[in-house]
Design a protein around this ligand. Structure first.
Ligand code: DX5
Ligand code: ZN
Length: 219
């Protein structure tokens, strides 16, 4: 059985208690912390920025998996690196030059993630896969937590697994949006090794996040 990691999205946490919520995730066995950064422009919703990430990162030993849904993203990469992001994930549509933005993240010694919306094709990243540490497959249209999972994106994950084998390259495959106890196995079987989850982690089983993390890991 491969090692499945869970990256809880703090978008569903209690924003009045974010520091405590992150401690709770740490204790419950989360593998990293998924931070959804939205700008009200690339996506319709608006969330948090570098100062909040910096404050939270100081009191947490887990990696921060920062999902940037902002455009133009390039000029903000450094601010998120300085705030303490460990993985910086960007969308190809949010930058004029994806390769330049990828190299910028690498220069800053951060892991590079690139995210594909449900409509976005692998072609957008196919020639850059050897420079990417993580591909984030969106299983909802980005912008909000609590949306319905789109099973058709699983084919894209299977395709990525095939490319990994053919080209003998390695990168993490993360899936984000609408993950629950009914669909997590299909995502894992397709080839995802990191699952993002907000609603399921924080709201299922009366908010028993340890139990919810284990259930998503099929334990
Ligand atoms: C959507 C975000 C997701 C989302 C996950 O734009 O990228 O990370 O908050 O939340 P759930 O698990 O509720 O779909
Ligand atoms: Zn996300």
């Amino acid at each position: 059985m491969k090692n499945i990691q869970i990256s809880p999205s703090i978008l569903s946490a209690d924003f009045s208690q974010l520091g405590t919520e992150i401690k709770r995730l740490e204790k419950a066995g989360a593998d990293m912390i998924h931070v959804d950064v939205m700008d009200g422009h690339f996506v319709p919703n608006l969330t948090i920025g570098p100062p909040v990430i910096k404050a939270l990162r100081k009191n947490c030993s887990l990696k921060f998996d920062v999902h940037l849904m902002i455009s133009p993203v390039h000029k903000y990469i450094e601010a998120y690196a300085n705030a303490g992001a460990d993985i910086i994930t960007i969308h190809p549509e949010a930058t004029d030059n994806l390769e330049t933005s990828i190299l910028k993240i690498k220069e800053l010694n951060k892991k590079v993630g690139v995210s594909l919306n449900p409509e976005s094709k692998i072609d957008l990243i196919i020639n850059l896969l050897d420079k990417i540490d993580l591909v984030l497959i969106m299983s909802v249209n980005p912008g909000f937590g609590g949306q319905k999972f789109m099973p058709e994106v699983l084919n894209k994950i299977k395709e990525l697994k095939k490319i990994q084998n053919e080209k003998n390259i390695n990168f993490d495959i993360e899936i984000d949006g609408g993950i629950n106890f009914d669909n997590c196995k299909s995502a894992i079987d397709a080839g995802a090794n990191i699952l993002v989850s907000g609603t399921t982690i924080f709201k299922s089983n009366d908010g028993d996040i340890k139990k919810n993390i284990n259930l998503l890991k099929l334990k």
